[in-house]
Design a protein around this ligand. Structure first.
Ligand code: FAD
Ligand code: SF4
Length: 520
């Protein structure tokens, strides 16, 4: 071969123009690398899912007639990193041309652009991944460093640009956004409709043995059977299942949470109406366009049985949020990863690693994350994310936890969601306000509070919900930052209405909790 093409683990895009023709002089390399298993502490299922999907992709390419070299950890362990491995491969195969697709992660893009240092006889070329709605070269038309961008503005532009759910120049149905209809709580009467999650079953015992052999440390529960989709066909099946079974109630229960998985619901209903497509999309087995177009086609075929609020809620996540956070990431890296606007300094409590906390909401969200490498958006944002925000956990620690634990966690999408949207550490580049909440929000959106050790309606008694006093402590501490924001002005009016002695007691209670976070 004289052309070598690198395919990274999240570049499993079979529709890429690279693969339109086969070429005997081109060798594709897909490699399991220690630098990727070790840049953070990943969930075991996440590593297995990536390796299994990479392997399946290599086999599919081979079957389509391409020359492919799949390297396992056994083959690559003696190389310190990706550049060292590729130096060796370039010599071995007498390569004159090295090509890659632009990585979505800053760390890898820098490494490929700066650290390869091949001899003069080797030319290098980078390609777009041909995955996102917005190409890399267009991002700077939409996003500027440090600018406080707003999703709604971007999303409307994108709806018009790709002409989705549009009625001429106006949004189909008359509204751009049906968020207000997407906030229903699940009641026991709703439980009987909640579908089972479509799961797969892959034997990953060989991958697990390799991880052990190479001393790769992971977090979470890892079973020999992996339930995530690892081929394009499986990803497609999951998409079809979502459109057929979940889409009809996706929007309305998008924010709902329940702790009834052991009793009223079955364990197989853990993802409610969510698609669980994020791994398939982020690894590029499915393109966002394909997912959105398929969902819209189902909505049309349903002829009114699926309401516009459901499909609009879904499209907004992919065409809106997913493209939006990517734009923010690239406009602001590498500075973004250092931002700590609220000067948060606390360490992450130990129970984030074993779910061993008396707070039922946190226990459930973390246990589910450890069990399945998955939690839905509101669990991430309003349960664990909100806790870290109001407890003042250092954003580096929060980022590392989210980057490791979720099946879909890749830095370009994880960091703006975590550091930005959930921790407000970017001072409002991603979101217009800090998503701080007391126990009342959890009570409104879930049934967690009924089985909790703590009392959600109390603030400063011994068994009061810790989120309540911590919320007021957070708001009080950052009053100088937030009281100009019209969205929080009412909150301060309520706080200051309380007698000073009450406020002092609440803050004292919060201080006690904050000094002892490992034990709440
Ligand atoms: P669904 O609810 O079915 O949504 C459909 C799709 O929309 C998702 O598959 C995803 O591709 C996209 N989407 C939805 N919300 C977002 C969002 N806020 N940003 C980008 N895409 C979105 N998503 C990741 O893919 N990787 C991450 O590492 C990640 N980290 C997060 C960290 C925090 C603190 C928060 C609050 C959110 C994070 N998200 C992340 C966004 C979102 O929570 C997940 O995309 C979603 O929960 C994945 O589950 P699903 O496929 O069932 O999504
Ligand atoms: Fe969470 Fe507080 Fe409700 Fe317990 S009472 S589940 S800690 S919100």
């Amino acid at each position: 071969a004289n052309r070598l093409r690198l395919i990274l683990g999240d570049q499993l895009n079979a529709s890429h123009s690279w693969f339109r023709q086969t070429c005997p002089e081109t060798l594709y390399v897909i490699a399991e690398l220690k630098q990727e298993t070790n840049y953070t502490r990943h969930h075991g299922q996440k590593v297995c899912a990536f390796f299994a999907a990479m392997d399946a992709f290599a086999k599919a390419l081979q079957q389509a007639g391409h020359r492919v070299c799949y390297l396992t950890l056994d083959d690559t362990a003696s190389f310190t990193d990706l550049p060292e491995l590729f130096h060796s491969l370039i010599e071995q195969y007498q390569v004159t041309q090295f090509e890659y697709q632009l990585p979505d992660e800053y760390r890898l893009r820098e490494q490929l652009a700066n650290d390869m240092n091949f001899n003069t006889g080797v030319t290098t070329q980078a390609y777009e991944t041909e995955h996102f709605y917005l190409s890399d070269s267009e991002l700077n038309e939409y996003f500027k460093a440090g600018k406080k961008h707003r999703l709604e503005h971007f999303y409307r532009k994108m709806r018009k640009r790709v002409n989705l759910l549009m009625d001429g120049d106006n949004p189909e149905g008359g509204q751009w956004n049906y968020d207000a209809e997407n906030r229903k709580k699940l009641t026991p009467a709703d439980f009987e409709h909640v579908p089972e999650a479509l799961v797969f079953s892959h034997d990953v015992s060989e991958i697990i043995a390799r991880l052990k052999r190479h001393d790769i440390h992971t977090i979470g529960n890892m079973s020999q059977t992996l339930l995530w989709p690892v081929t394009r066909q499986e990803a497609q099946d999951l998409l079809v299942y979502f459109c057929r079974v979940c889409l009809v109630r996706f929007g309305q229960f998008q924010d709902a949470m329940t702790g009834q998985l052991d009793t009223l619901l079955s364990q197989r209903q853990w993802s409610l109406y969510h698609s669980r497509l994020s791994f398939a999309i982020n690894s590029k087995m499915l393109s966002p366009q394909h997912v959105v177009d398929t969902a819209i086609a189902s909505y049309r075929q349903a002829e009114g049985a699926i309401s516009i609020a459901q499909i609009e809620g879904f499209v907004r996540q992919i065409l809106g949020w997913r493209e939006f956070v990517r734009g923010v990431y690239w406009a602001n890296m590498p500075e973004y990863q250092q931002l700590n606007h609220l000067d948060a300094t606390q360490a992450l409590p130990n129970w984030f690693w074993d779910a061993n906390t008396k707070m039922n909401c946190q226990h459930h969200a973390i246990k589910q994350s450890l069990d399945y490498a998955y939690a839905h958006h509101i669990q991430r944002l309003m349960v664990t994310g909100n806790f870290c925000l109001i407890a003042g956990i250092h954003p580096d620690e929060v980022d590392q936890w989210y980057l490791g634990i979720y099946i879909d966690a890749i830095e370009w999408v994880e960091m703006p969601n975590t550091r930005g949207m959930s921790q407000f550490a970017d001072g409002g580049i991603v979101g217009s306000k800090a998503y701080a909440a007391s126990g009342n929000y959890i009570k409104k959106m879930s049934d967690y509070c009924t089985d909790c050790h703590y009392k959600v309606n109390q603030i400063d008694t011994e068994d009061a919900c810790p989120l309540n006093s911590m919320y007021w402590h957070f708001m009080d501490k950052h009053q100088h930052r937030f009281n100009a924001n019209p969205r929080t002005r009412m909150v301060y009016a309520n706080w200051l209405k309380k007698p000073e002695a009450d406020r002092a007691r609440i803050l004292k209670h919060a201080h006690g909790l904050l000094a002892n976070l490992d034990n709440i």
